[in-house]
Design a protein around this ligand. Structure first.
Ligand code: SDX
Length: 428
């Protein structure tokens, strides 16, 4: 592989360094392009061909369906790790030993009380408010209650900011759900594991002794691991570019939550369930919905299918599909929606339109079936995605700050009006 790339334009040749990553990915470093060529830039809507950064957190191979966090395969982590270990791994780069893990959990628990005044903001929302909008607002509002979290100059301050949000985020997630359900807002139980505590905060009923359900805890633990990070996806890029102005961690996360809400991104898990329910209500006629998905005049897309990077299967979808089968069997639930999903997947994988475009089920296709089996309301599905993605966002934000990356400020190609003199209104 040559170490230089040459660009020839207007009879001039320009050379740019070629950089190679640890997984042999190749990039052309165009940092000097505009200055070397007196103003020439590249343009790449959606950044399909543009790397925004060098990162050591997550590796994806879209052709081979590979996903690794800090070098560990998603398959091994989903099977053998717990979410709290994966949070530590993503943020600090290594799997913690027991002593470090226990200390990390203790530090997180020390921040697991949320200022009661935050409930006044929650109370201002109508019950009809979408939980993602509530969560984004509450996450941003945390800065007002914990202003010291903005300063991350020292390692101690960075660690404090990180453990603060890891302690408080699960509480505001549970409050967001319970507020809509008209249930009292719970605090956590420090005697429990991290995910056990999340499940209890979300599902504890006010009128009976809470009994932990290990099946639900294990299923959620695995799902959260599978959502942990996914390199420079839309919401993570949003978190990084917001933080690049040195805005605080919490507001950067709030911007990522907003980006994740979109149905083309994390909002797809809610859209998938609504699509499957529509197919069920329509008599299970998947062919009709497949035709709509292929009709260029129809804005309908097969939600939960396709991916910017995975042009083969999404390894997370494979794991979640198995987990959905296991959970429903363990809970003794027969959910016809799962059968519709499997039927849709089978049809799509045999349909030339989908095969030619390499459209496979993604992480959002089956995850909603698990959330539904757990009794999580459908409009909370993307909130659960955000809960899983929290450590990835934190890890990427921390990497961006510690690498002292410049403020994100893309260029553009102007295609508007050229100069024209002002015309007074009575002359127009
Ligand atoms: C996530 O980036 C990440 O890593 C995201 C994520 C993460 O972990 O952070 O993995 C999580 O967001 C998963 C994706 C969830 N979104 C959906 O399931 C929504 C449905 N999917 C599509 O909207 C789409 O596939 C995207 C947005 C996921 C990817 O869009 P791209 O890469 O911009 O692809 P494209 O729109 O250029 O599509 C290429 C072709 C087009 O057809 P042609 O113009 O070539 O004829 O494929 C078609 C598209 O119309 N196509 C679909 C389709 N997805 C793409 N047609 C029907 N149904 C679909 N779902």
């Amino acid at each position: 592989m040559s170490d230089k790339a040459t660009l020839e334009i207007n009879g001039e040749k320009y050379e740019f360094p070629v950089v190679i990553g640890t997984e042999k990915e190749v990039a052309i470093d165009i940092k000097s392009l505009r200055s070397a060529t007196n103003g020439i830039i590249t343009i790449d809507p959606g950044f399909k061909n543009t790397g925004s950064c060098e990162s050591a957190i997550t590796f994806l191979d879209g052709e081979k369906g590979i996903l690794r966090y800090r070098g560990y395969s998603i398959e091994e982590l989903a099977e053998k790790a717990h979410f709290l270990e994966v949070i530590y791994l993503l943020i600090f780069g290594e799997l913690p030993n027991k002593e470090k893990l226990d200390q990390f959990h203790a530090d997180i628990k020390s921040h697991s009380i949320v200022d009661d005044d935050l409930k006044k903001i929650l109370d201002a929302f109508p019950k009809s408010a979408h939980p993602m909008g509530v969560l984004s607002s509450l996450t941003s509002a945390l800065t007002a209650f914990y202003p010291s979290s903005v300063d991350v100059a020292s390692e101690e301050a960075m660690y404090n900011s990180i453990t603060t949000i890891l302690g408080k985020f699960p509480v505001i997630v549970s409050w967001t759900m319970r507020k809509k359900q008209g249930l009292p807002l719970e605090y956590g139980d420090d005697s429990l594991d991290y995910v056990e505590n999340i499940v209890k905060m979300m599902f504890k009923s006010p009128n009976c002794e809470y009994k932990q359900n290990p099946i639900l805890v294990n299923a959620l633990d695995k799902l959260l691991i599978l959502h942990g990070d996914h390199e420079q996806n839309c919401s993570t890029s949003t978190v990084r570019i917001t933080g690049s102005s040195h805005a605080g961690l919490f507001v950067s996360l709030a911007s990522g939550i907003s980006a994740l809400w979109g149905p083309l991104h994390g909002g797809a898990n809610q859209a998938v369930l609504e699509m499957l329910e529509a197919i069920q209500a329509d008599g299970g006629d998947t062919k009709k919905f497949m035709a709509k998905a292929k009709d260029k005049n129809d804005p309908f897309r097969l939600m939960g299918f396709g991916h910017r990077v995975y042009k083969n299967f999404d390894p997370r979808a494979k794991i979640i599909k198995v987990a959905a089968d296991e959970l429903l069997a363990d809970l003794g639930i027969q959910d016809p929606i799962l059968d519709i999903a499997k039927g849709l997947e089978k049809e799509a994988l045999e349909d030339p339109y989908f095969v030619e475009r390499k459209l496979y089920p993604n992480v959002d296709f089956y995850s909603g079936i698990i959330y539904r089996a757990m009794g999580i309301p459908v409009d909370m599905f993307t909130v659960m995605f955000a809960l899983g993605r929290l450590p990835g966002w934190i890890a990427q934000w921390k990497e961006m700050r510690r690498n002292q990356e410049p403020i994100g400020r893309p260029r553009q190609l102007y295609v508007g009006e050229t100069y024209r003199p002002f015309v007074p209104v009575d002359e127009r």
